[in-house]
Ligand binder design. Structure first.
Ligand code: PRP
Ligand code: URA
Length: 209
């Protein structure tokens, strides 16, 4: 899968070990989702195009590069994607923010869209979708579809844990979408939860169960 990038770093494995642990507190879980989101955002921006600018240091005038932050939009998939927002806006503080509300019907495992609000001129921006879990890929596919219908041309997807099944589904349908994850896990179980995963990300971020 050419368009899938997995963070391969001992410190990420260390942080994931704490995140996966069922005894980790809500506070620490939230902090780690945000922090790993920040590292993923760095990786996702590796191909960023910079505009050339002139900067004067205390010692010399130089030509260097700066990001046009305004052309980016983060779109968290509610609820769990909101947990990554703090981290990514530390990397690109002037990016615009949209929201897509989606929950997975736990009987059919199909996503249900309940909210959609994105910044104006979304079709002219590069959009980075945020969701900690990519399981069957249903929510991701629907989010990508909604954005494409609105004319978005460049879409990236950042997730913390991805299942091979969901990655295959998204990359087969959308060959132009790059997916960045901290780890690709083994598989889905019969309830379409990621194994070993970290459980229900939304419930663990918000302490709802
Ligand atoms: C989780 C997760 C993804 C989705 C992944 O959300 O945050 O959005 O499931 O599953 P999929 O790849 O099979 O679509 P959930 O439905 O639990 O909603 P929540 O974020 O409100 O908890
Ligand atoms: N959603 C989650 O929060 N966790 C999973 O393992 C699958 C979907």
């Amino acid at each position: 899968m050419d368009n899938v990038f997995e963070l391969n770093h001992p410190l990420i494995e260390h942080k994931l070990a704490i995140l996966r642990d069922k005894n980790t507190s809500t506070k620490e879980f939230r902090e780690l989702i945000s922090e790993i989101g920040m590292f993923l955002c760095f990786e996702a921006m590796r191909d960023a195009k910079l505009k050339r600018v002139e900067v004067e240091t205390p010692l010399k005038k130089i030509k260097t590069g700066k990001l046009d932050e305004d052309k980016y939009a983060f779109v968290p998939i509610l609820r769990a994607g909101m947990g990554m927002l703090d981290g990514v806006i530390r990397v690109i503080p002037n990016a615009k923010i949209g929201h897509i509300g989606m929950y997975r019907n736990e009987e059919t495992f199909e996503p249900v869209n309940y909210f959609y609000k994105v910044p104006k001129n979304i079709d002219k921006r590069e959009v980075i979708i945020l969701d900690p879990m990519l399981a069957t890929g249903g929510s991701g596919l629907d989010a990508i579809e909604l954005l494409k219908k609105n004319g978005v041309k460049k879409i990236k997807f950042i997730c913390i844990i991805a299942a091979p099944e969901g990655l295959k589904r998204i990359t087969e349908k959308y060959k132009d979408v790059k997916i960045y994850c901290a780890h690709i896990d083994e598989k889905l179980n019969e309830n379409k939860y990621i194994i070993p995963g970290l459980g229900d990300a939304g419930d663990r971020i918000y302490g709802t169960k």
